[in-house]
Structures are given as structure tokens and as C-alpha cells.
Design a protein around this ligand. Structure first.
Ligand code: F6P
Length: 545
């Protein structure tokens, strides 16, 4: 294993110890008191960057705590770790790989070396091949086996080969061309049947996306869909209707895909960070190369900010540190993510893979179990729908749930009345979460009702809001390919910062292997009647299938 990243337990850092002490002192101080105590609070808790405005002032932290968190980042050698990532060092040590999805959107012209080889020309070739192909399909020049142009795209993939492209295609629906893009991921036979409904093989293009080209779900779906296709079309039609994205060119060829129609990707791009690569071909088909390039450009700008901005002004770093503050000092286990636009309704699901597959680790970089909490649980839904679903628990439940509110100043379709209402909710919720409602305020409200004095008294505790619930506000001008790229890159970098401080490896995912292995064993039991040894519960379940 290459040990590019140091082994530094955060608990050994003097700033960590100071944070523990400081937490005891301020845990009971309300956010509103911080505002009163710190006349300059807004100066260090708000950030303007490009078309982003970030406000972290509504957090249970003061200047001293903030400075200690910055100190923790320094003691964790974060700046060195960031340089290591961008320079192509093999920071994914357990897989002996570099982590260079950033090279796919690099705005710098400097070469990036992996094993002594500058990878940028290869990146450019793959991108140009994808752009040329997408232009042919979009323009209608690419013809199907009966000479008709393509009207529908089906992306066959799972995990990083599905969630990112699906989320971005949905997010950029406003920018989409005439092609209709569908996604099939689940191995359940019903999923692909539903996806194929109404599709015409003569005008449908299937994109099989699998970094490894060994994933059970993707290959099962690809095989079934090929059968569906061949039931209506000749074998020669495969070349016009099936393309693949993979690192495993032998396996794509064995599947019958023309090498000409295979778009390569590299092992230095992790699945959950791969939408920027040829894995994003469905995005590129949906919105065209120019918008795809703008997506990359926005992410590239965020990469520069991450590399160059001072720690205390560095948005991904500051958000990561706050997350650590709640996770490790307040004992918060989950974080909510509330995008105030329906276009981003799948951002939480997408980031669940990014964040939880990356930082859901319990072994430190020294190979032993960590004795502190790591990966946060991410969940959420679009506002205002979320307000009518789970906000009750955030406002009045027993759990502390730090939340990110992501909103856009301008809507895409210009309906001002709706937009004003949306933004009113966006802002009001963070205010309500912080300020809450006191007994006196509740009483005043009840005084205006016709309830009896006893009824009023009984109701008061149920109508009180403790408040003091922390939120970050990310206010962005408008949802564009570039701002979306920057937003996704922001969260990607937040993941790495947390992994560095928690002294874990963020870029492997060994935790998904055991289930895959056992599923193969259990499949043998089901398909071949083999009696593999299992525990009593599993044997009982098997007997019922
Ligand atoms: O869920 C595990 C995983 O390896 C993810 O990291 C990846 O995004 C997904 O499976 C799909 O893998 P592939 O692209 O190789 O089919």
C-alpha cells in the first residue's frame, strides 16, 4: 500500500482537545446569543464566491470554535493532502490508485502525471470522442438499423454509473434537447420492463455504463435488454444501438460492443465521482456538449477555489469542518440536505452515495479501528415538499439535525410569484429553525383565540419551538450547468476534507463487497438448489422463496 497520506488521529491533535473543552463551554449558548455577543459575526460566517453566497452564521459555533476548527484542518495536514490529491499521488491507498476526477475538468494547463504519464491528452481524446458521438446523435446524423434517427436514450448502470448522470439529467431538464433519456439500474426484472415500455428499438440507443463491466445488476439488465432488442432487430443492429462506457475494454468487446462504440474511462476516476468522465455521456446526450463543458467548467472553478482559497474562506473546507463539529462534538448523526428546487430533488440520493460510500469507514489509515465517529448519514428532499414531510422532526424532535438549505435566486421559467413564495419559505425556515418560538410568544398567540384558560395552558408546551437548530444557507444565482458543476464539486471536496481529518481513506468502498459475494452464494442456493451453509434465519428465509 502506498502511504501518501499521513496517519494522524484527530484525537491526538491539540486543536481537537481544545475543541472538546470549548464545546463544553458553548454547547448551551444559543445561536441567537452568538449574534448578540459577536457584532462582527457576519464577517467571518458569510462567503461570496462567483454566483454563490454562503451563510453559515446560523450555527452553534462562535469565533473561537471556528478558529479551532481551522486549526484542526491545519494539524491534520489538510493543505498537503489537497496538493497530494491534485498532483496525482496514489491517495486511494487500499486500491493503489490516484484520485483524479478533477483532471477531467481541470482549468489549468499543467500536465497531470499518473505513473509517469501525463493523462491530460488521454482525457481530451476521450472527451472529444464523446462530444463527436453526442453531436451525431443529437443532430440526427447517427442512424439506427432501419435508417431512423435516435429519439430515446437508455442509460444502463448502477451506483456511480447511474446516480450522477440521472441526477444531473434531471437537474438540467430545462437545458435538455429533444432526446428523452431514461435510466435503468435495479436488477429487479420489473425495472427494465417499465423503462422499455413504449420504446421503439429502431430509435433507441442503449448506453451500458459500468466501470468494471462486471456489476451483476448492470450486466443482467444489459443482457435482458439486448434480448428484447434482438427479438425485434437483427444482430447487426447492435452496433448502431448499443454503446458502452468502461475501463474494461475486453469485457465490453466480449459483450459484443464494437470497440469504436466504447468510451474509455480510467481507474483514477472513482465510480461515485465519475459523472465528469465519459460516464456522463447520457448527460452530454441530453443537454449537448456545450452545456456539458459548462458543467465541467463550473466544477473546475470550484476545484481552483478549493486549492487556492485560504482555509477560513474555503467553502468546502468550512462546511466540512462544521459537519465535523456537529458529528464529533455534538454527537449529531445525520445531516439533511434541502434543495429548494424540484430540479434537484435527487441531489440527496446522489450525495448519499458520494458521502456515505466514501466516509462510511471505521478503520483509520493506520489499519486499526477508530475510536471516534466518522461518516455522517445524509438524507433530504426538495423544499418545500420536505417541509410538509419531515420538517416536524427537525423543528420539534429530539435529534439535532444540521441542515444545508440550497436555493436559487432566479427561477428558470420566470414565474415571479411562485419564486417569491419559494424563496420566502427557503429563508423563513432557517429563521424559524434558529429562533424557535417561546412560551410567551405562544401564549400571546393563544390569547387571540376563544380557547378556555385551561385549554390554553395545556396547549402551550406543544406549540413551543426550542429553536437553536443549525443551518447553512447556500444561495446561488440560478441553476445553470456551471453552477450545478460547482455545487457538486463543492460537496465532493467536503467529503475529502472530512476523510482527511477523520484519518480514513475516502476513495475505496470495500464495504459493498461482502453483500455482493454473499448474493452470489445465495443465488446458487436459489438457482441450483445448492445447500450452502447459512445461519438459521437465512436458511429459513431461503426455504420460503
Ligand atoms: O456500489 C459499489 C460500486 O462499486 C460503486 O462504487 C459503483 O459506482 C457501482 O458499484 C457501479 O460499479 P460499475 O460502474 O463498475 O458497474
Amino acid at each position: 500500500m502506498s502511504k501518501t497520506l499521513p496517519d494522524l488521529s484527530p484525537k491526538e491533535a491539540s486543536s481537537w482537545k481544545a475543541l472538546e473543552k470549548h464545546h463544553k463551554n458553548i454547547a448551551d449558548v444559543s445561536i441567537l446569543s452568538h449574534f448578540k455577543n459577536e457584532p462582527n459575526r457576519m464577517a467571518y460566517t458569510t462567503f461570496e464566491w462567483e454566483d454563490f453566497y454562503i451563510d453559515i452564521s446560523k450555527n452553534r459555533i462562535d469565533r473561537k470554535g471556528f478558529d479551532l476548527l481551522i486549526e484542526l484542518a491545519k494539524e491534520s495536514k489538510l493543505e498537503e493532502a489537497i496538493s497530494a490529491q491534485f498532483s496525482g499521488a496514489k491517495i486511494n491507498a487500499t486500491e493503489n490508485r490516484a484520485v483524479l476526477h478533477t483532471a477531467l475538468r481541470s482549468l489549468k494547463k499543467d500536465p497531470v502525471f499518473v505513473d509517469g504519464q501525463n493523462i491530460l491528452p488521454e482525457v481530451q481524446n476521450a472527451q472529444n470522442k464523446m462530444y463527436a458521438f453526442c453531436e451525431e446523435v443529437i443532430s440526427g446524423k447517427w442512424k439506427g438499423y432501419t435508417g431512423k434517427s435516435i429519439t430515446h436514450i437508455v442509460n444502463i448502470g448502477i451506483g456511480g454509473s447511474d446516480l450522477g448522470p440521472a441526477m444531473v439529467v434531471e437537474a438540467l431538464a430545462h437545458y435538455q434537447n429533444h432526446l428523452e433519456v431514461r435510466f435503468v439500474s435495479n436488477v429487479e426484472g420489473d425495472h427494465h420492463v417499465e423503462i422499455l415500455k413504449g420504446l421503439d428499438p429502431e430509435t433507441t440507443l442503449f448506453v451500458i455504463v459500468s466501470k468494471t463491466f462486471t456489476t451483476q445488476e448492470t450486466l443482467s439488465n444489459a443482457n435482458s435488454i439486448r434480448e428484447w432488442f434482438l427479438a425485434q432487430a437483427p444482430v447487426s443492429g447492435i452496433a448502431k444501438h448499443f454503446v458502452a462506457v468502461s475501463t474494461n475494454l475486453e469485457k465490453t468487446k466480449a459483450f459484443g460492443i464494437d470497440p469504436e462504440n466504447t468510451f474509455p474511462m480510467n481507474d483514477w476516476v472513482g465510480g461515485r465521482f465519475s459523472l465528469w468522465s465519459t460516464v456522463g455521456i447520457s448527460i452530454c446526450l441530453a443537454v449537448g456538449p456545450n452545456h456539458f463543458k459548462a458543467l465541467l467548467h463550473g466544477a473546475g472553478k470550484m476545484d481552483l477555489h478549493f486549492q487556492e482559497a485560504p482555509l477560513q474562506k474555503n467553502i468546502p473546507i468550512v462546511l466540512a469542518l462544521l459537519s465535523i463539529w456537529y458529528n464529533n462534538f455534538y454527537g449529531a448523526e445525520t445531516e439533511a440536505l434541502i434543495p429548494y428546487t424540484q430540479y434537484l430533488r435527487n441531489l440527496p440520493a446522489y450525495l448519499q452515495q458520494g458521502i456515505m460510500e466514501s466516509n462510511g469507514k471505521s478503520v483509520g489509515r493506520n489499519g486499526t479501528r477508530v475510536d471516534y465517529q466518522t461518516g455522517t448519514i445524509i438524507w433530504g428532499a426538495s423544499g418545500t415538499n420536505a417541509q410538509h414531510a419531515f420538517f416536524q422532526l427537525i423543528h420539534q424532535g429530539t435529534k439535532l439535525i444540521p441542515s444545508d438549505f440550497i436555493g436559487f435566486k432566479k427561477s428558470l421559467n420566470g414565474n415571479q410569484e411562485h419564486q417569491q413564495k419559494l424563496l420566502a419559505n427557503f429563508i423563513a425556515q432557517t429563521e424559524a429553525l434558529m429562533t424557535g418560538k417561546t412560551r410567551d410568544q405562544v401564549l400571546q398567540e393563544l390569547e387571540k383565540t376563544k380557547l378556555t384558560e385551561t385549554q390554553k395552558k395545556e396547549l402551550i408546551p406543544f406549540k413551543v419551538f426550542e429553536g437553536n437548530k443549525p443551518t447553512n444557507t447556500l444561495l446561488i444565482d440560478q441553476l445553470t450547468p456551471a453552477s450545478l458543476g460547482a455545487l457538486i464539486a463543492l460537496y465532493e471536496h467536503k467529503i475529502y476534507v472530512q476523510g482527511i481529518i477523520w484519518n480514513i481513506y475516502s476513495y475505496d468502498q470495500w464495504g459493498v463487497e461482502l453483500g455482493k459475494q454473499l448474493a452470489n452464494t445465495v443465488l446458487e442456493d436459489i438457482q441450483k438448489g445448492v445447500s450452502n451453509p447459512h445461519d438459521p434465519s437465512t436458511l429459513n428465509l431461503l426455504s420460503r422463496i
